[in-house]
Design a protein around this ligand. Structure first.
Ligand code: DAH
Length: 343
């Protein structure tokens, strides 16, 4: 047998294959043609198996020829098969009518935690007033959490904080106020920032969790006065709790502000006439605030003669509780989906 004879036979095999393919009209035809031309008894496969028995000189050429024919046959089969499969898929789709009476699949889309939603709402409000967002570390030093906030080691205000210490002078911040110092160290006035974040205190009951969330506010500029603070807090209260809410400032003490105030909002439930939620006072305490104590400026090398400002701080869980009538702070962190999904 010489090579041209083999080539001739392979070629006529290919032609036979092509003519059968031309008349194939469905997947069954393809399956039949596949067995006939690529099965173990097909001419091409047999030829490939017999290469070893051919004269040595023609083996490479014969092998090459048979392989290329085999590949051409397989490619064409695959292409046609895909074509018929598409046709069948289309026909299947057309013949199936959806059953509109079947119950719909239940989906449980994820959603943002209520605390994240409240933070975002407050951020948007302050961004609208021209504030920027600042951040600070949760593992903080004694210096930023207390000392530079005018709260030295022997200061009585320290006992108000049940601090988690990590080691030596490193602690979990008990408030977001240290961001005030960190921000002032790196920036010059005018400063208009809010700083949301997690804070930690050793406390656990109906109104305390060991981790909770605060938003700090700081304004330092020229000629800032208490009226600016009051306007800002009123704007905040009206946006978050409703236009009809009244705001009241009560004298208070914080180490880093002077004068300081606690800020109350008139109770939404009884409209100020007194109920269980507001302990019959008609008012709900929502945040602390005051004019920045000039002592702080010394820690960040500002000239207290040149600038002044105000600060405020609030607990987000408390705001959310008042806004949505939630009576136990621990619900926020129990991860009970029935609670989480309500918002
Ligand atoms: N850091 C205070 C706290 O955790 C809240 C606070 C009060 C922040 C007055 C302030 C402020 O910036 O001026 O209780």
């Amino acid at each position: 047998m010489d090579i041209s004879e083999i080539q001739e036979k392979l070629k006529s095999e290919l032609e036979g294959f092509k003519s059968e393919m031309a008349s194939a009209s469905n997947l069954d035809d393809i399956a039949r043609i596949r067995t006939r031309y690529t099965g173990s008894k097909s001419y091409t496969i047999t030829a490939l198996g017999n290469i070893g028995s051919l004269p040595r000189e023609i083996r490479p050429a014969a092998g090459k020829e048979a392989n290329s024919i085999k590949k051409e046959i397989e490619d064409l089969l695959e292409e046609k098969e895909r074509y018929f499969k598409n046709i069948r898929f289309d026909a299947d789709l057309r013949s199936q009518k959806p059953d509109l009476t079947l119950p719909a699949m239940k989906t449980h889309p994820g959603r943002r935690h209520i605390i994240s939603q409240v933070i975002e709402e407050i951020e948007e409000l302050f961004i609208g007033l021209g504030f920027e967002i600042a951040e600070g570390p949760e593992a903080e030093t004694d210096y930023y959490n207390f000392e530079a906030l005018n709260t030295p080691a022997d200061h009585p205000a320290r006992s108000l904080h049940d601090t988690f210490f990590i080691s030596g002078k490193t602690l979990l911040r008990t408030q977001t106020s240290p961001v005030q110092i960190r921000y002032m160290e790196k920036h010059q006035p005018p400063i208009y920032i809010i700083a949301p974040g997690k804070v930690y205190r050793r406390d656990y009951d109906i109104s305390h969790t060991p981790m909770f969330t605060q938003i700090e506010g700081l304004v330092v500029d020229k000629g800032i006065n208490f009226g600016n603070l009051k306007w800002t807090l009123e704007t905040f209260a009206h946006e978050i709790f409703g236009r009809e809410r009244k705001v009241r400032l009560r004298p208070h003490y914080f180490p880093f502000t002077e004068p300081s105030a606690e800020v109350d909002v008139s109770c939404k439930i009884c409209n100020g006439s007194g109920c269980r939620t507001c302990s019959n006072s008609g008012w709900l305490e929502v945040l602390g605030a005051g004019m920045v104590d000039p002592n702080l400026y010394k820690f960040v090398n500002y000239d207290p003669e040149q600038v002044n400002g105000f600060a405020f701080g609030m607990g987000i869980e408390r705001i959310a509780m008042l806004k949505y009538g939630i009576d136990d702070i621990r619900l926020f962190y129990d991860n009970d989906l029935r609670f989480v999904r309500q918002f």
